[in-house]
Design a protein around this ligand. Structure first.
Ligand code: NAD
Length: 486
């Protein structure tokens, strides 16, 4: 059930089948099976989820090893928490609720159509495609897979080429528990991704950069394939005047440094009341020293995924320094960090300005710009002047302040007095808005995203429709006058 498609540029002189031909064959196999076997029962879906659950549990240490090998160094604990546990808790929540979600849902009917009745039915869309990124390579393939299987679909996954060991492991794991016509993994780079996005899926989930998200949307538009786009952006952490600085700084740095900042919902930059920037940076420095007393050989502190990304993040810091920012590198044990290790020291930036690259691009690394603001409305305006973010973090114990920030800003999700934890809530929808994405999944919202929601009206035993049929006469005239009113 897995297929490896080499990108054409890595092929030799012998022309292999084009990715799209091979992909089409696999796709047609799933489509034929879907037609042949019809929608899976509750029991069949539960069985698929349980097979997947056992495979994830069985392979948990393999997952930690593969991800760490792909990153150069990725905390085992972070992999067990963010890839294994988060995927399993999503799966277990879905298992517990699936029967209820699958049940047809009665809806009220207007007296005009009485004694007819209404219901909403949810049925599998058919074939769901998943294109996943490298930063949480298991979770971001498995969580949409759980939702798609729960909704009764067949699934094809195209994981990231940046994490070949993890992608191979994903392929082996899924091949061990599913047939190719139920779940298939296709590996390869952007060319394969492009061919994949052109398949006439009934739904396509893409997680990755906003730039590639646009390409995926364009490719999918050929077939009007509905999309869930899980993209990125610059998620602000807004520290209100009343917030204890130590607490806010420790929590923001924890979110920033998880997976070395390579998290779509990582706090990207901090907005701090003017005059408190220096105290915040000091508090952040103390927090980092506590979280990561050493960096170089510390297995808790992850590396950047590859040299290109490490160079990109170093470039942001240099650009900011050149343009006058104050750069505070936090290297508690004063170690030399070999460039080849791709471990970058946690870095705070003060006196940042909009024209600096670090304030333009999503950082995706262990660097936190700290920007002062005068009044709360200025901080809110700063957020609203920029593309709508995937997440927003508000630090305040004042309910009116929190309400105001939540009401007056639009972000994919939000966590109050912490970072990132809204993503781990099984009952909360997860998704971006505008340039940070479209659509939602996780829990029931995932089940709904991957289902067709079909409204059905059942005509009752009394023929209420007769009144509205031609030839139209006085009765219809009076009825319409009554319904329309004056
Ligand atoms: P990316 O867009 O480079 O790659 C993601 C996937 O798209 C990979 O599988 C890749 O092979 C594929 N791809 C590349 N070019 C393609 C094309 N032309 N057509 C189709 N597919 C193509 O993203 P990335 O660098 O792996 O991930 C980092 C970005 O993802 C960050 O911006 C981050 O914020 C975002 N992200 C978002 C979420 C979320 O849930 N919203 C989660 C994680 C990461």
């Amino acid at each position: 059930m897995t297929l490896h498609v080499e990108p054409s540029h890595s092929r030799g002189a012998t022309p292999a089948a084009t990715p799209s031909q091979e992909l089409t064959t696999l796709f047609e196999g799933q489509r034929a099976a879907q037609r042949r076997e019809g929608p899976p029962s509750y029991e069949a879906r539960l069985d698929a989820l349980e097979r997947l659950e056992r495979s994830i549990v069985r392979h948990r240490e393999d997952i930690a090893r593969a991800v760490s090998a792909d990153f150069g160094s990725r905390s085992r604990h972070e992999t067990l928490a963010a890839e294994v546990f988060v995927s399993l808790s999503e799966l277990r929540h879905v298992k517990k609720n699936l029967r209820t979600w699958m049940a047809p849902e009665p809806r009220p009917v207007s007296y005009l159509f009485f004694p007819g009745r209404n219901e909403v039915r949810r049925q599998p869309l058919g074939l769901v495609g998943i294109i996943s990124p490298w930063n949480y390579p298991m979770q971001l393939a498995l969580a949409p897979l759980v939702g798609a299987l729960a909704a009764g679909n067949r699934v094809m996954i195209k994981p990231s080429e940046y994490v070949p060991r993890t992608s191979d492991l994903l392929r082996t794991m899924l091949a061990g528990v599913f047939t190719t016509d139920q779940v298939a993994v296709v590996t390869g780079g952007p060319e394969v991704g492009d061919a994949f996005a052109r398949l006439p899926f009934d739904h396509l989930v893409y997680t990755g950069s906003t730039r590639v998200g646009k390409l995926v949307m364009r490719a999918a538009s050929e077939n009007l394939t509905p999309l869930t786009l899980e993209l990125g952006g610059k998620s602000p952490a807004l520290v209100a005047d009343d917030a204890p600085l130590d607490r806010a700084a420790e929590r923001i740095m924890t979110g920033k440094l998880y997976n070395a900042g390579q998290t779509c919902v990582a706090p990207d930059y901090a907005l701090v009341p003017e005059g408190k920037e220096a105290a915040f940076v000091e508090a952040a420095r103390r927090a980092v020293a506590k979280l990561y007393p050493t960096l170089a050989a510390n297995p808790d502190y992850s590396a950047l995924i590859n040299d290109r990304h490490a160079e990109r993040v170093r470039g942001y810091v240099e650009d900011a320094r050149r343009r006058g920012a104050e750069v505070v590198e936090v290297n508690p044990a004063g170690e030399a960090l070999e460039p080849a290790s791709r471990k970058l020291p946690p870095t705070l930036l003060r006196n940042v300005r909009d024209e600096m690259a670090v304030m333009q691009e999503e950082i995706f690394g262990p660097v936190l710009p700290v920007r002062g603001y005068r009044r709360l409305e200025d901080a809110i305006a700063f957020v609203n002047d920029r593309p709508r973010p995937l997440a927003l973090y508000c630090f305040s114990d004042d309910r009116a302040t929190v309400r105001r920030v939540l009401d007056e800003t639009v972000s994919g999700g939000a966590t109050v007095n912490e970072t990132m934890l809204h993503v781990a809530q099984a009952d909360l929808p997860f998704g971006g808005v505008g340039p940070s994405g479209m659509g939602h999944y996780h829990g029931r919202d995932g089940f709904l995203a991957f289902s067709k929601t079909k409204g059905v009206f059942y005509q009752g035993p009394v023929d209420t429709g007769a009144l509205l049929r031609p030839p139209y006469g006085k009765t219809v005239e009076r009825l319409l006058a009554f319904l329309i009113g004056r």
